[in-house]
Design a protein around this ligand. Structure first.
Ligand code: SF4
Length: 231
């Protein structure tokens, strides 16, 4: 478990809760448009100052009664085999736990749910189902992504799906196809792309879509979901 960052207070990362966010370094996807290269590229991860688990838990103990939740963010937290133990220690201190994931490890998500170690999951939908292989080749096994979607839609824990919309990667048709894939889900958010410190530097020059463009598509797909918004 490599903790490469800690945001001590967030009002937006955990819906409805005061939380902190712990950033776990390393990811199995390497999305070229990812804007967290310091948490994804091995040479960048090396440069990051690390926080020990002991330091992190000392911090959490001091925040008991002040913070309500902890967001496990990456990179991709589920690449760590000891994530369930880590989450268990957080839960023992009385915090709610939210997992941010790319959905590549449905077995671990299931274990975390079954053992009551997470309370909320935010899963990224990167591309329409038929286009995953185009960007991720063998890194993303589509069956795994599909299983994670099905698992979350069972609604055992609170959840949301979200997609970062990148000009040049996602067309209007792609967004509609992603929405059709997760049709009937509780919540789906379209997120604006941020052209900063991207894994592939060429994405730093990409201008995000105008908000109006995303709002127009959101109106089209909103009937598929209980909640659908542009972030
Ligand atoms: S966007 Fe998420 S899944 Fe993609 S490389 Fe970055 S951290 Fe990994």
């Amino acid at each position: 478990m490599e903790i490469a960052g800690l945001q001590k207070l967030t009002l937006i990362d955990y819906p409805g809760k005061l939380a902190c966010t712990v950033f776990l370094a390393g990811c199995n996807f390497l999305c070229p448009w990812c804007y967290s290269k310091e948490l994804v590229l091995p040479r960048e991860i090396e440069k990051q100052p690390k926080i020990s688990e002991k330091e992190f838990f000392n911090f959490l103990k001091k925040r008991k009664g002040l913070l309500e939740g902890v967001v496990l963010c990456g990179g991709e937290p589920t690449i760590f085999k000891n994530l369930p133990n880590f989450a268990k220690k957080i839960k023992k201190l009385g915090f709610f736990v939210k997992l941010d994931t790319n959905g590549s490890n449905p077995e671990m998500i299931k274990e975390l749910i079954n053992k009551n170690l997470i309370d909320y999951v935010a899963m990224d939908v990167k591309l329409p189902k038929q286009r995953y292989a185009e960007i991720f080749a063998k890194k993303a096994k589509i069956k795994q992504i599909d299983n994670s979607i099905k698992l979350l839609k069972e609604g055992i824990v609170d959840y949301e799906f979200r997609s970062t919309i990148v000009p040049g990667v996602h067309s209007k048709k792609d967004i509609i196809n992603m929405a059709k894939w997760i049709w009937g889900a509780k919540a789906y958010y379209l997120q604006q792309f941020r052209p900063e410190k991207t894994v592939d530097p060429k994405f730093e020059k990409v201008k995000p879509y105008p908000r109006e463009f995303l709002l127009k598509i959101q109106k089209t797909i909103a009937p598929f979901f209980e909640t659908c918004q542009v972030r």
